[in-house]
Design a protein around this ligand. Structure first.
Ligand code: GAR
Length: 195
C-alpha cells in the first residue's frame, strides 16, 4: 500500500468496489479545483474497472484486502496518513468498521441508488434495487446521499433527489436515470460538506 505526499488542498478519498463511474465522475468534477482534490481511489477488488480506470487517469490507487479493513489497522493507518477531509463511498460493498467511524466522525459518506429507507440494507445495491423499483411499479425513484454509520444505509441523510418514472421503464432506462442523478449531485454534495 502506498501513501500520499501532503499538500494544502482539501482531500477526498473514494472507496469503490466495481465499475467506478461515480468515482471517476467525482475525480473529474474536482480536477481543476485549486482547493480540493481527489487524492486517492481505494478498492478491495483488485481486478475492478475502477482501479483500471483510476490507474489510466494517473490517480493514486490503493488496493487492499478485506483483512486490511477488518483484521488489522493497516488500512486505517494508511488513510490516517493521507488525512482526508471526506471519505466518499461510491459503489463500495463492504461494511465500514466502527474504528473508521470513530476516527473520521461525520466525514464518511455514501451514495445509495434509492430513496432510503426504501430498498436499503445489506445486499441491496445496484440492479437489485432497480428490480424492486420496477417490480413495485413505483412512480418515482431516486438517490440518497448519507453519512455512514454502523448499519448499512442507515446513517443520517444529507440529501435525496428524485426522478419521475414513466410506465415503460426497464432496467437500463432506470439505471440511466439514477446514474444521471448521481453524477450531477454526488460531487456537489461532497463539495458542500467540504465548505
Ligand atoms: C451506484 O449506483 C451506487 O449508488 C451504488 O452502486 C453503484 C456504483 O456504480 N451503490 C450502492 O448500491 C450501495 N448500496 P459505479 O461503480 O458505476 O459508480
Amino acid at each position: 500500500m502506498e501513501q500520499s505526499a501532503s499538500n494544502s488542498k482539501k482531500k477526498i478519498i473514494i472507496l469503490a468496489s466495481g465499475n467506478g463511474t461515480n468515482a471517476i465522475n467525482i475525480y473529474h468534477y474536482f480536477r481543476e479545483n485549486k482547493e480540493v482534490e481527489v487524492s486517492h481511489i481505494l478498492s478491495n477488488n483488485k481486478t475492478s474497472r475502477v482501479l483500471r480506470r483510476a490507474h489510466d487517469l494517473g490517480i493514486k490507487c490503493i488496493h487492499f484486502e478485506k483483512e486490511d479493513l477488518y483484521d488489522s489497522s493497516n488500512l486505517l493507518n494508511v488513510i490516517k496518513d493521507i488525512n482526508p477531509d471526506v471519505i466518499a463511498l461510491a459503489g463500495f460493498l463492504l461494511k465500514i468498521p466502527i474504528s473508521f467511524l470513530q476516527e473520521f466522525p461525520n466525514q464518511i459518506v455514501n451514495i445509495h441508488p434509492s430513496l432510503l429507507p426504501k430498498y436499503g440494507g445489506e445486499g441491496m445495491y445496484g440492479e437489485r434495487v432497480f428490480k424492486k423499483v420496477l417490480k413495485n411499479n413505483d412512480k418515482e425513484a431516486g438517490i440518497t446521499i448519507h453519512y455512514v454509520n454502523e448499519n448499512y444505509d442507515e446513517g443520517e441523510i444529507i440529501a435525496q433527489y428524485k426522478v419521475e418514472l414513466e410506465g415503460n421503464e426497464d432496467l437500463l432506462s432506470l439505471e440511466d436515470k439514477i446514474h444521471a442523478l448521481e453524477y450531477e449531485y454526488y460531487p456537489k454534495e461532497i463539495e458542500k460538506l467540504l465548505d
